[in-house]
Design a protein. Structure first.
Length: 269
């Protein structure tokens, strides 16, 4: 199977939006939506106000000479820090929302996959599937937080290195896109027993796919109102992406009484 590029992977966010509105799947969407509303609503406005006040408190800038080059550097500095905080806020809020909503996202991914393939991963009732998934998903979310802390610190330090700090926001954005891809593709892969290290191994073989999908999620997660709906859409889109393009790299487990699924391809483009 020929790997898809970042543009095609980006389109799976729209696929996820359509899937989350499909009859039969809607009832598995309302809890992730509610969690997103609570997290982004409660924390988003407060942190945004704090960041705006902090940027305006830079009184040392007013003491500099009134030269055009000074104003240009001030604007550039504000742009760099603003972009870094923008991406960081979007990602940290999404991590928190996913940490709270992980079991519900795992269940949504399972039902979306069943809708796309016609085969259930588990024949257990929804509440039992939800309960059994909690330990694995919590361990996975903690692994992501540790991975984030280890990788993000060097990128933040680049902000203090002259010249390199001009491209640091781009590097942080690309890392954020990578983390978003890991975050959401962990749900369909994890439903088949993949650990966080397995998810990283799969996506390293499809970096363009991961960065394309993750970049779209990162941008939409930073847009007010839109970010309230991005979590279930991204879970559904990531599941469709797994079904269409990643199953050969990590074949599904079989439900009870079924034969293992081969690494076939089902197109939902």
């Amino acid at each position: 199977m020929k790997p898809i590029g970042p543009t095609q992977a980006l389109g799976y966010i729209a696929t996820g939006w359509c899937l989350m509105r499909t009859p039969g799947l809607r009832r598995f969407v309302w809890m992730p939506l509610l969690i997103n509303f609570l997290v982004f609503g409660a924390l988003g406005w407060g942190l945004y106000s704090w960041a705006s006040d902090w940027l305006q408190s830079w009184t040392f800038l007013s003491s500099l000479p009134d030269w055009w080059i000074i104003h240009a550097l001030e604007g550039l500095l504000r742009w760099i820090l603003g972009l870094v905080m923008f991406v960081a806020m979007a990602f940290l809020f999404t991590l928190l929302a996913n940490l709270i909503g992980a079991p519900f996202n795992g269940l949504l991914a399972e039902r979306v996959e069943a809708h796309l393939t016609g085969r259930r991963i588990s024949t257990d009732p929804s509440w039992l599937t939800l309960a059994r998934s909690v330990p694995r998903l919590m361990a996975s979310e903690l692994s992501k937080l540790l991975y984030l802390a280890i990788c993000l610190l060097p990128l933040l330090l680049l902000q203090f290195i002259p010249v390199i700090n001009l491209i640091a926001p781009l590097l942080i954005f690309l890392f954020g896109a990578w983390m978003f891809a890991l975050e959401y593709l962990d749900y369909p892969l994890g439903n088949h027993g993949a650990l966080f290290r397995d998810v990283r191994g799969v996506l390293k073989q499809r970096r363009q796919l991961a960065l394309g999908f993750g970049s779209g999620v990162a941008i939409l997660s930073a847009i007010p109102i839109v970010n309230l709906f991005i979590m279930p859409a991204a879970v559904a889109g990531a599941t469709a992406l797994y079904v269409d393009h990643l199953r050969p790299l990590y074949p599904p487990v079989a439900a009870a009484g079924e034969n293992p699924v081969t690494s076939g391809h089902i197109s939902h483009d």
